[in-house]
Design a protein around this ligand. Structure first.
Ligand SMILES: [Zn+2]
Length: 284
């Protein structure tokens, strides 16, 4: 099979996930990764990376990659590193299942990534992660769940437990599918400088404009004051003073509990105007 000219669209990813989830018999979360693998005819085996300095080449590769998919006696098998958190094991298993499900991925030898042109390798990995997230937390389920929820950390934690995913995936799905304007980012204190820097910015499709990545937050900035005040209650801040462009509007800002001098996750949202995402397909 050739390589398609375009990466899989969101709808394409959603359709692949919907079919597998339906075939596995799930209509609500959590979606069990073992059941999905079983339906696909894939075995799962856990492995432990030995601490020996001289590792065989395969284990050297595994100590960096956490999981892999290969044929064992002609049957597909996912090997997954035993010592990861539950959320990461699930993401890894679904990621490998995704390589198995996406038709054009089957032609590659994942154990020899150096043989895959870098451009295709990053596309391959990106598609597998997108489908893995869709299998863990299908967008139509997340979207429905979020209809009655507030955009705060309690909702992200609730989502994390309900779908049995890592906090990072929960945050990603939340920002993507909250039916209103919401954004998240991390504030990182700079040791040499009396300031913070913005990183890992994620915005919902309805967030009009947003703070640039790597923006320097100085002491006069409202985010700097919120970070050091360590309040965990949402506070209202005027958009222009935050660096958000567009019409004047105020935003609610909530900062995750953090230790001073360490990075802190931030949520930012405008008063919700709940809109249905255009990428959402009906459940088949
Ligand atoms: Zn992969």
């Amino acid at each position: 099979m050739g390589i398609p000219a375009q990466p899989l669209s969101d709808s394409g990813i959603q359709l692949l996930a919907q079919k597998v989830i339906k075939d596995s018999g799930f209509s609500k979360p959590p979606i069990c990764e073992k059941r999905v693998a079983q339906i696909l005819g894939i075995m799962i085996k856990e492995f432990v990376v030995p601490t020996k300095k001289r590792k065989p080449p395969l284990l050297r590769y595994l100590s960096q990659s956490c999981s892999y998919l290969r044929l064992q006696k002609g049957k597909p098998c996912i090997f997954v590193w035993k010592e990861m958190s539950r959320g990461r094991v699930r993401l890894s298993v679904f990621h490998e299942c995704a390589h198995f499900i996406i038709p054009w991925h089957k032609q590659f030898n994942y154990l020899a990534p150096q043989q895959i042109p870098p451009f295709f390798l990053s596309r391959l990995e990106d598609e597998a992660f997108r489908l893995a997230e869709e299998l863990i937390a299908p967008r139509e389920m997340v979207w429905k769940d979020l209809q009655s929820k507030d955009p705060d950390f309690a909702t992200i934690e609730w989502l994390r437990h309900r779908y049995q995913m890592s906090r990072a995936v929960a945050l990603h799905r939340f920002v993507r599918f909250f039916p209103g304007a919401v954004a998240s980012f991390v504030l990182v204190p700079l040791p040499t400088n009396n300031s913070l820097i913005t990183q890992e910015i994620k915005t919902s499709p309805f967030f009009p404009y947003f703070i640039r990545p790597k923006m320097l937050i100085k002491p006069a900035h409202p985010l700097y004051q919120l970070y050091y005040r360590q309040s965990i209650v949402p506070e209202e801040v005027e958009g222009r003073t935050l660096g958000v462009s567009g019409p004047s509007q105020s935003y609610l800002v909530q900062i995750f509990p953090h230790f001073p001098g360490q990075k802190a996750q931030v949520l930012l949202w405008s008063q919700p105007s709940r809109i249905k995402p255009q990428t959402l397909l009906p459940v088949v």
